[in-house]
Design a protein around this ligand. Structure first.
Ligand code: TRP
Length: 332
């Protein structure tokens, strides 16, 4: 069976953008693929400037969010990247196989480095660490969004190079498993939903808070009720219906929107009802975790333990094949 690994940055509490874009899919995959691994990639989060206190808080929030969202430590391993030292060990090994040009060609590197006067080498090496994350568990299937496809290509190159030199067939060639939901735009309808842009709905927000954000949210600007029919496809609220409403309700939304049956407020109210229905159990689980925060620590400790066992076994074999095993007496 496929081995699934994915990672998420410790950006703090999940919002519906990263929930729909990644984590919701992971929650489903843990049932079909027991033994999947989901990692909070805190070493990736220090490749730029950061504040340790903020990172500490965000790691906690992300761990709490992942469990609240429904990742179940009895089905999947949820863990902190820095709790498994082998990630950095394999990453170093992979830097020795990765052509600098391949790293400089990464879109994400070009975007990030263009804004910087002095570029930390860690930003360049970011995809090497990502390849190590995946291959450490010899994972072949990586549920991610479109923006990670280039990084996975690099992971496959790395795998092929290592195998060619040190052992054919040892590492798999990991493929992206693209998340079904299209990227979620922010409430302004202008840019991808992202914490730094302040256009998010938090996964744990109350029903009232969600409504306060949906009410003024951007719809199809060209729609004028009873004069100009709306175009649901360009409307961000309809994109959210696709994530939260049933197929029958989505069809009704299209009908009501394009015939001026509903005003945008009516449409948003239906969306709100459906969002609340999906998000309430998540908020309840978060509340239960807050009442018993030790459960978060226990889940992360169990996850790290399982991950470490696999990682250590991979590294044992890697070091052996590379001539790096613990020194033994030369044969006489
Ligand atoms: N780069 C990914 C992102 O920004 C996070 C990540 C790090 C990751 N390591 C990974 C994703 C390994 C999948 C597999 O979203």
């Amino acid at each position: 069976m496929a081995r699934i690994f994915s990672g998420i940055q410790p950006s703090g509490e999940l919002h519906i953008g990263n929930y729909l874009g990644a984590v919701k899919n992971w929650v489903q995959l843990q049932h079909t693929h027991p033994g999947s691994l989901f990692c909070v990639v805190d070493y990736h989060a220090i490749s730029g400037n950061y504040d340790p206190a903020v990172l500490r808080a965000r790691r906690w929030e992300m761990a709490r969010s992942l469990l609240a969202a429904g990742l179940d430590p009895s089905k999947a391993s949820v863990f902190m990247q820095s709790d498994v030292a082998e990630h950095t060990e394999l990453s170093w090994i992979f830097t020795t196989l990765t052509p600098l040009g391949d790293l400089e060609r990464q879109t994400q590197y070009k975007d990030k480095s263009a804004k910087l006067e002095s570029i930390p080498a860690g930003i360049l090496m970011y995809p090497v660490l990502q390849a190590a994350d995946i291959l450490l568990y010899r994972a072949d299937t990586v549920p991610v969004g479109e923006d990670q496809v280039q990084h996975l290509e690099l992971a496959r190159d790395t795998s092929r190079k290592w195998n060619a030199r040190f052992g054919e067939g040892f590492f798999p060639e990991p493929q992206p498993l693209l998340t079904p939901t299209r990227r979620i735009m922010g409430l302004d309808g202008q840019a991808k939903m992202s914490k730094s842009l302040g256009n998010t709905i938090g996964l744990m927000e109350s029903d009232e808070e969600i409504w306060a954000k949906l009410r003024p949210a951007m719809t199809d600007p060209a729609r004028v009720r009873k004069i100009d029919p709306g175009n649901p496809e360009v409307c961000n609220i309809f994109q959210l219906h696709k994530a939260f409403s049933s197929a029958a309700e989505q069809a009704n939304v299209v009908q009501q929107c394009t015939t001026a049956g509903w005003g945008c407020m009516d449409c948003k109210k239906v969306l709100h009802t459906n969002m609340v229905q999906e998000l309430t159990p998540i908020r309840r689980r978060a509340e239960a975790l807050d009442a018993e925060p030790q459960r978060i620590l226990d889940a992360m400790a169990t996850g790290a333990q399982t991950a470490r066992a696999i990682a250590q076994e991979t590294m044992r074999e890697v070091r052996e094949r590379m001539g790096l095993e613990t020194l033994t007496l030369p044969k006489a």
